[in-house]
Design a protein around this ligand. Structure first.
Ligand code: UDP
Length: 475
């Protein structure tokens, strides 16, 4: 078996976007795509990342690749292979770029292992990529592929989905680790200007905000019956009336799917269908601060209100490029066990099966739609797709004022927490929103409109088309 894996993508009818973005924006997209196509004959766009499922990058790629395919532009997805040591090194780099962890300890042995794993992947990649093709390498795991691809005549952009609001010793160490690999790339793409390291020349940098897809299983409309059925099936809500119905959703391939798998739910008691439910959906990553949400709820919300809290993440068994997941989940579990019984009985730890990506997405969709408030109390965040996802569903979101969350929550469209470690302030904003259903509804409506105007995929594709066209013109 080879190292590089092709990820099948499903063509997504781009025409559906017109109903969401309006005729004018849609016409602009088609015209830009036509122009791009004309200059791109005989070439392919390759997206390379480190996991087919799990996390925001995989989430976005499956959608965008499907749309580009429908626009008649050749595009493919590949996933690299690495061993446990490789992913533990890249996780340290990842955390380091966010300004956390022990990237300062990365030395020659780590650099050597990182390079060797990617050199092996590059050999196989070069069997597929042709001179003149565009290769979009995603995140630290793939940076070491830039040089061999450039040598082979590919036009290589490195797309960084993460970053820190300000530099420190740790971010410097992580960038120093990647820099020798990145200098070969023709350009770099970031989600925010603040994330760009000082040594990158500005004319090679593009700022492109991530996006959500209104038709993905994650974000598509779900009727009330499906939401109830999904929540009952996965075991998050005690709703005998909901369990009988079909938890239906539309798959990426256009077929109807049903949510059939249960989640693993750690709970003494389940909320009923009418109980207020606070939700944070995240990978089990320290920087998402699931344990801070748990503590904040236990210490500053639970006593005043009857609401419940669900911390929701992917099953810790399957996310291959995230070695910390199981440990972070384990810590939350210990913390949950130590809660006073009265609080514990209103707190759920939920891990969602990843066996079927669309089914997993439909579960997240139902949870976000059902939530009274969605939280994203991250300590650092590249962009934070979960915020746009919840805003799209008209949910009031409480998010930390870190990284890309700042770009998403505009005044009136949600609540920004200036200091995510300030648990009393977090609790106060949760309580204030719970007390004011009208404010929640207003905020949710404004949130939906804001995402439509700024974070739907057409804008994302247009920015890429500009970047690629510049790249092709320059070579
Ligand atoms: N997600 C998911 N299932 C889960 C947990 C998370 O599908 O059990 C998704 C979530 O809905 C979002 C993505 O994973 O689309 C996480 O992206 P985000 O930008 O919020 O954070 P990242 O994981 O990239 O740091």
């Amino acid at each position: 078996m080879g190292l590089i894996r092709a990820v099948p993508s499903f063509r997504r009818p781009i025409a559906r976007l017109e109903a969401v973005i309006g005729a004018k924006r849609f016409a602009g997209l088609l015209s830009a795509a036509g122009e791009f196509r004309a200059g791109f004959v005989g070439r392919t766009i390759w997206n390379v990342n480190s996991t087919a499922v799990g996390g925001g990058v995989a989430e976005m790629l499956q959608v965008l690749v499907g749309y580009v395919d429908d626009l008649g532009i050749a595009i493919r997805r590949l996933v690299i292979h690495g061993d446990a040591d490789f992913f533990s090194i890249t996780k340290r780099v990842h955390n380091g770029i966010h300004g956390h962890g022990d990237a300062t300890g990365l030395g020659a042995a780590e650099a050597d292992h990182y390079s060797r794993v990617l050199a092996a992947n590059a050999v196989e990649l070069l069997d597929r990529v042709q001179p003149g093709d565009i290769v979009l390498l995603h995140d630290p795991q793939t940076a070491g592929l830039a040089a061999p691809l450039v040598d082979a005549g590919a036009l290589v952009l490195w797309r960084c989905h993460i970053g820190a609001d300000s530099a420190n010793e740790v971010t410097e160490a992580a960038w120093a680790f990647l820099r020798p690999h990145l200098t070969e790339a023709y350009g770099w793409v970031f989600s925010r200007r603040a994330y760009v390291p000082a040594w990158m020349s500005p004319e090679q940098v593009w700022i492109i905000a991530p996006s959500i897809d209104p038709f993905a299983a994650k974000n598509q409309e779900l009727d009330r019956g499906s939401v109830r059925a999904i929540l009952a099936t996965i075991g998050v809500v005690d709703d005998p009336g909901g369990a009988g119905g079909p938890g239906r959703f539309l798959r990426l391939d256009g077929h109807t799917g049903h949510v059939e798998r249960p989640a693993v739910v750690i709970a003494d008691d389940l909320p009923g269908p009418r109980d207020e439910l606070l939700v944070q959906v995240s990978r089990w990553d320290r920087l998402k601060d699931m344990d801070g949400v748990l503590r904040g709820f236990a210490e500053h919300v639970a006593a005043d209100r009857t609401s419940h809290l669900a911390l929701v993440g992917p099953s810790v068994a399957n996310v291959a490029d995230d070695p910390e997941g199981a440990a972070v989940y384990g810590e939350c579990l210990l913390q949950w066990r130590a809660l006073p019984p009265a609080v514990r009985s209103r707190t759920l730890l939920v891990t969602l099966p990843l066996d079927d990506v669309d089914e997993n997405a439909a579960m997240v969709n139902a949870l976000q739609r059902h939530a009274s408030i969605v939280m994203q109390k991250s300590l650092a965040e590249g962009f934070g797709l979960t915020v746009a996802e919840a805003m799209w569903k008209g949910r009031p979101v409480i998010g930390s004022a870190v990284g890309g969350i700042n770009d998403q929550i505009a005044p009136g469209t949600g609540v920004l927490l200036p200091d995510p470690t300030d648990l009393p302030a977090f609790g106060a904003s949760v309580r204030a929103l719970l007390l004011d259903p009208e404010l929640r509804a207003r905020m949710g409506a404004a949130a939906h409109a804001h995402v439509r105007a700024n974070f739907v995929g057409d804008l994302h594709l247009l920015r890429y088309a500009e970047a690629f066209a510049t790249l092709i013109a320059g070579r």
